[in-house]
Design a binder for this molecule. Structure first.
Ligand code: BGC
Length: 767
């Protein structure tokens, strides 16, 4: 490949010159690093292979052996998929031959020092494959792998253990597929209900999203695969994502999206952070001194590296000095900024040698910390993946994240005495939907539905061959029939004759575009209205919130999101009562777009690529989702935190007291119904001068047998009791009385107590 070859030649030529520079530097620096406790099995010439040493010490040791050119080689990544469409500066890009075919990226290692290649794969629901043109399809491509349900589904589980198990599963598949970097950990807060990538993220609340995504990251990295956390930050919409300049004040930012990232970082310790496409307060996220140098690296103490999103690097000196450590996915950017030009910038003093060392050290630190040196990937071992076991892990996630939104007169679980069940729409006879774009995991054996999108990226519109209808058939004596719903009249007539109707609605969302509105596309609302009755169950597969004009006419509604590889089975088990639903909404479902901060999406898609329209996130500031609805006194269609069960729970005995720097709340959850179930107990707190009347302070999912009661204690992070002060970089809890509310959704408060807190000042980490 032309660019790759040229770059290697340039590197070789420079090694001599830089070796001299490095040697001279070594003579002038006085203090040698502290002598490590060397293990006997560590090769004498590779002291950094001593696993007793910290990642930091190991990175320092190997850095000493590296030329500047080698260090900078680590900062430049390639797209690992051929591209015919790439326009500037090279056409017909061919990926480096050591890369894994049709994957997201590749960064060459340094064999003489044993520095492994970085093989990068998307993304948060499993091992993805970039769009593979028909001509390039083989038995092995696109890779068929296990897909977790969408990220928003995992957030809807409110279960960190499920999130971590899912992360561990996809990290294992990544490792066995020959990848050691996974571009996962998507978690932009849901500021825009139409955002085409809401399905990849963790909903609207900083605590829930931070905890769930943090655990996913932790699970992935338990396989010695680096995970990112992305897209840092304020990449809240896809419309004009490369151009938008989202404005938000520091205080509001730290109390919302940045708090979510901070919590995920503390929980999951990601090796890398991916900076986003958009600008923030006038600067590209990938060259924002505030986001990268100040908040992430200085205030939070992040030791890993920042990689750019694919095509999100826009300069050499500016980006390197403002905190970007690795340019990703060449040839997406206009120029190979971190290849030759970065060496030139260092050579001429525009980027300091100390900063060049720092960039390489951060990448090496993450590689040591996560175990890439000690547990190298061993090529493609995908034949050893246990797809049956992994499918069950995905299924558990789906079953715990599915939200029973409405259930009148016990319509669900499906009656055992029903003689006929009519299933309508959304290809429920053959499969379940997935979200589109770079995160696309392909099903083993292909999609059972031909691509209905058909226009390239973010397609193909892909379905997993797990049939809800077959799952239902296997669990009922009733006659089950299916209609695709294209003929609305025929569906309405058949619905009248059936004992129960299960109508499926779908909303395909994907990377690179936002939804025009919150309605189900392709006239599906009309179809659902036509078959609606008290015996109609609606099962939705959507990327995020939707409106339901037919809601009052139907008996039950289940939000199944994109339920992953075993989604059909999961849906059938929930509908038939084999599994008691326990998902709760991680995002408010608005009654209409007029209730949201931006009824019209900002940014005109027809803008020139060099224009940067302002997006005003100061409208809602930190008051996202339920906080906005509370503040404005609006009644949503379904509130944040809402989710029903086939049993009933009573929450009681709430007590709360100051505890260390935060607050502790204790309460009881009783199962007052007839079947075992899981409740998501939510603790909200209310203070004065906050962005909104209340915040989610803590939550706990508890499983309770019928008639039993469980005592639960949770602690509230002091940052959720405080406001952030930008000038002093402190979190401040004001002295006073705080309301502590025990709830089953943001709108269903079971009990409230008041607790007095003394004034406190905490540092920028909330300590
Ligand atoms: C997406 C990232 C993804 C990258 C590599 C970009 O278009 O925004 O989320 O990791 O591509 O495929």
């Amino acid at each position: 490949p032309a660019a790759f070859g040229q770059r290697l030649l340039a590197t070789t030529a420079l090694i001599g010159a830089f070796a001299l520079t490095t040697a001279a530097h070594a003579q002038t620096t006085n203090a040698p690093p502290p002598a490590p406790t060397v293990r006997t099995d560590v090769p004498a010439d590779r002291p950094w292979m001593d696993t007793n040493l910290s990642a930091e010490a190991r990175a320092d040791l190997i850095l000493k052996e590296m030329t500047l050119a080698e260090k900078l080689d680590l900062t430049f990544g390639y797209f690992s998929t051929d591209q015919q469409w790439q326009q500037t500066p090279i056409k017909n890009y061919v990926y480096p031959k050591e890369g894994r075919p049709f994957s997201a990226g590749f960064v060459p290692g340094i064999p003489r020092l044993g520095i492994p290649n970085q093989w990068q794969t998307d993304a948060g629901v499993g091992v993805a494959t970039q769009t593979v043109p028909e001509a390039a399809r083989t038995a092995d491509l696109p890779r068929g792998r296990t897909a977790l349900p969408s990220g928003i589904n995992t957030a809807a589980t409110w279960n960190p253990e499920v999130a971590e198990a899912g992360g561990a599963m996809i990290g294992n598949e990544a490792f066995l597929s020959g990848f050691n970097v996974q571009l996962a950990g998507g978690m932009n807060l849901l500021r825009e209900a139409r955002n085409g990538r809401n399905f990849e993220y963790g909903g609207e609340d900083p605590l829930l999203s931070g905890i769930i995504t943090g655990h996913e990251i932790k699970g992935i990295q338990s396989n010695h695969v680096i995970s990112t956390m992305k897209h840092y930050a304020f990449n809240g919409q896809e419309t004009n994502r490369n151009q938008m300049d989202h404005h938000i004040e520091d205080k509001a930012a730290r109390e919302s999206d940045l708090l979510a990232f901070q919590i995920a970082y503390e929980t999951g310790n990601p090796g890398s952070v991916m900076c986003s496409y958009n600008r923030v307060n006038g600067f590209y996220a990938c060259e924002s001194d505030w986001l990268l140098n100040q908040v992430l690296k200085t205030d939070w103490g992040f030791k890993g590296y920042v990689m750019s999103d694919w095509g999100a690097t826009h300069s050499t000196t500016q980006a390197a000095n403002q905190g970007l450590d690795q340019q990703s996915g060449w040839a997406f950017d206009r120029s190979p900024y971190f290849a030759g030009a970065l060496r030139e910038a260092v050579n001429n003093g525009y980027v300091s040698e100390a900063r060049a060392n720092d960039m390489a050290k951060r990448i090496l630190w993450a590689m040591f910390e996560v175990g890439l040196f000690d547990h190298p990937v061993n090529g493609d071992q995908a034949t050893t993946i246990d797809y049956v076991k992994n499918g069950k892990i995905s299924q558990t996630d789906a079953e715990e994240g599915m939200v029973l939104l409405k259930n009148t007169a016990g319509l669900l679980p499906l009656s055992k005495t029903a003689k006929s069940i009519l299933i309508v729409g959304a290809h429920a006879d053959v499969g379940v939907l997935s979200g589109g774009g770079s995160s696309q995991v392909y099903p083993k054996g292909g999609s059972p539905v031909p691509d209905e999108f058909g226009k390239g990226f973010p397609g193909p519109k892909t379905w997993y061959p797990s049939s809800p209808m077959k799952g239902i058939q296997a669990r009922t004596q009733a006659t089950v029939t299916y209609l695709d719903g294209k003929d609305i009249k025929a569906a309405a007539a058949a619905a009248k004759k059936a004992d129960v109707v299960v109508v499926f609605g779908e909303q395909w969302t994907g990377e690179g575009f936002d939804m025009p509105d919150l309605n189900l596309p392709n006239n599906q609302d009309a179809l659902i209205s036509a078959v609606a009755s008290k015996k109609t169950v609606v099962v939705l597969q959507t990327g995020g919130p939707v409106v339901m004009p037919w809601l009052s006419k139907v008996g039950a509604v289940v939000e199944a999101w994109y339920p992953g590889s075993n989604g059909g089975e999961a849906i059938a088990r929930v509908l038939t009562g084999e599994v008691n639903p326990s998902g709760h909404l991680p995002a408010t479902f608005p009654a209409s777009l007029d209730q949201t901060p931006r009824p019209v999406i900002e940014g005109d898609p027809k803008l020139d690529a060099d224009s940067h329209p302002m997006g005003n996130y100061n409208i809602e500031g930190a008051a996202i989702g339920y906080k906005w609805f509370d503040k404005k006194g609006l009644k949503p269609l379904f509130p944040f935190g809402h989710g029903l069960s086939y049993t009933t729970f009573a929450l009681s005995d709430l007590t709360a007291a100051a505890d260390g720097k935060g607050l502790k709340a204790s309460f009881a959850v009783k199962n007052t119904g007839a079947v075992s179930g899981k409740e998501v107990a939510q603790v909200y707190v209310a203070g004065n001068g906050w962005e909104a009347p209340k915040r989610l302070g803590a939550f706990k999912k508890v499983e309770v047998a019928p008639g039993e009661s469980q005592s639960v204690s949770v602690t509230v992070d002091p940052r959720l009791l405080a406001t952030y002060d930008s000038a002093s970089k402190t979190w401040n809890i004001a002295a006073g009385d705080y309301k502590v509310m025990l709830a089953t959704s943001a709108a269903d408060i079971a009990q409230t107590v008041t607790v007095h807190l003394d004034a406190q000042t905490l540092d920028v980490k909330g300590k």
